[in-house]
Design a protein around this ligand. Structure first.
Ligand code: NAD
Length: 394
């Protein structure tokens, strides 16, 4: 089929296999150009197909020379519809890994479920023996709990409603958004989905089966951001879940499993595009960070995590023991410039005050579009296989 982008609000419902492979290839090329750590730490990445999880898996493989198992929730192509971007990314990741002689297998399914945990554990037992690193990079809208109830994650405030300027992603104009406060039930549900419960479940299940090596470390990701997004992020429902994640890191560490939360910078991913005000904030941030030479993408951020923090005896953290990869984003001079633009932005100066084009370019590239070296008029086979899934069936 000939695949064109179909964008609705913050999501693109199509993805391009060649473009997604190009996106993965570029991230790998970047990592190959950097010094390696070469520890070969056997790595399990939960949420491995897009965004920070995919970049983590790429760093594990090509920075650390590690065998990787990925877990993600993606959909293959059907007769009428291309697969999801994460599906194509994973197929490309495995292909490039095989070319470079790196072990890579993927389980596609619901990471919250006992069944997927069992499948992953039997794969580890069979192929790797144990793991040395577990990266928890899930961003999910819902979770089916062990008793069958479904919890939905919501992006709401806690306490008062909050009105903020935002970017109307359909028209590329400023708009105002009021975010309603969550009920206690909604807060609790968001914590069940995006907090640390499932992270701890994974660690405990693996530990019980003796699948964690004595070098084991684990890392999950969070975001804090500036004051203007606090009501919707750090102090909102998602922020409550992240607070649970921080507590989980401490509890796991007390149990003898070194567990870190890395606070990463804002980058365009399928999850971050869905948060009100964040695309506008990110567009302004991108402009300022590009102008000051401090702009980083997902892969730059993850490379720094592998190079400077993971498997270091005393990695530098803030006073709450969090790794701060958002150090450049939060630098006072950067934030001062961003806030000045944020408070003075209008529809007339929007394109000068914010890197709207850069935002959209990264957005389209997440789905494999807008790569200048990909021929989008060509007929492509949308039915791409993930190699390890095919071999698992045989
Ligand atoms: P993303 O949407 O790009 O990736 C989410 C991943 O989770 C995908 O691999 C998807 O397949 C997987 N997934 C979703 N539901 C699943 C399920 N039920 N079972 C198995 N896999 C499932 O998200 P992202 O932005 O990279 O976020 C990853 C983490 O990084 C989150 O904790 C997020 O809060 C954090 N973070 C993101 C940003 C940002 O700006 N994007 C900044 C800092 C921290």
């Amino acid at each position: 089929m000939i695949i064109k982008p179909k964008v609705k609000d913050f999501i693109c419902t199509t993805a391009h296999p060649t473009g997604c492979a190009e996106s993965v290839r570029r991230q790998i090329e970047y990592i190959k150009s950097q010094p390696k750590t070469n520890n070969g730490m056997r790595t399990l990445v939960i949420g491995s197909s897009t965004g920070y999880g995919l970049a983590s898996r790429i760093c594990a493989a090509w920075t650390d020379n590690a065998p990787t198992i990925g877990v993600c929730f993606e959909r293959p192509a059907s007769a009428k519809r291309p697969a999801t971007a994460g599906w194509y990314n994973t197929a490309a990741f495995e292909k490039f890994a095989a070319e470079d002689g790196l072990y890579a297998k993927t389980i596609v399914g619901d990471a919250y479920s006992a069944q997927v945990k069992e499948e992953v554990m039997s794969l580890i037992r069979k192929d790797l023996g144990q793991i040395d690193l577990l990266v928890y990079s899930l961003a999910a809208p819902r979770r089916t709990m062990p008793d069958g109830t479904v919890c939905n994650s919501v992006l709401k405030t806690v306490g008062e409603p909050y009105t903020t300027q935002s970017l109307d992603l359909e028209k590329n104009v400023l708009t105002e958004k009021t975010i309603a406060p969550a009920t206690q039930e909604e807060v609790d549900a968001t914590v069940h989905v995006m907090g640390g419960e499932d992270w701890a479940d994974w660690i405990h299940a693996l530990k019980k089966e003796n699948l964690l090596s004595d070098k084991i470390q684990t890392v999950a990701y969070s975001y804090i951001g500036p004051q203007i997004t606090f009501p919707i992020y750090a102090e909102g429902t998602i922020g409550q879940a992240k607070k649970h994640l921080y507590r989980t890191a401490d509890l796991l560490t007390e149990e003898g499993i070194p567990a870190y939360v890395s606070v990463n910078k804002a980058v365009v991913t399928q999850s971050s595009s869905a948060i009100p005000a964040v695309p506008l904030y990110m567009s302004i941030l991108y402009k300022v960070m590009k102008e000051t030479g401090t702009h980083e993408t997902t892969i730059d951020q993850m490379y720094r995590l592998w190079r400077d923090y993971l498997f270091k005896s005393n990695p530098s953290t803030d006073e709450e023991r969090r790794i701060r990869l958002d150090d450049l984003e939060m630098r006072p001079d950067i934030q001062e410039k961003v806030m000045e633009l944020w408070h003075n932005i209008t529809n007339e100066n929007l394109k000068d005050s914010a890197d709207i084009a850069g935002y959209w370019n990264e957005f389209y590239q997440m789905f494999g579009f807008e790569f200048e070296n990909v021929d989008y008029s060509a007929d492509v086979d949308a039915e791409v296989q993930i190699p390890s899934l095919v071999s698992a069936e045989n």
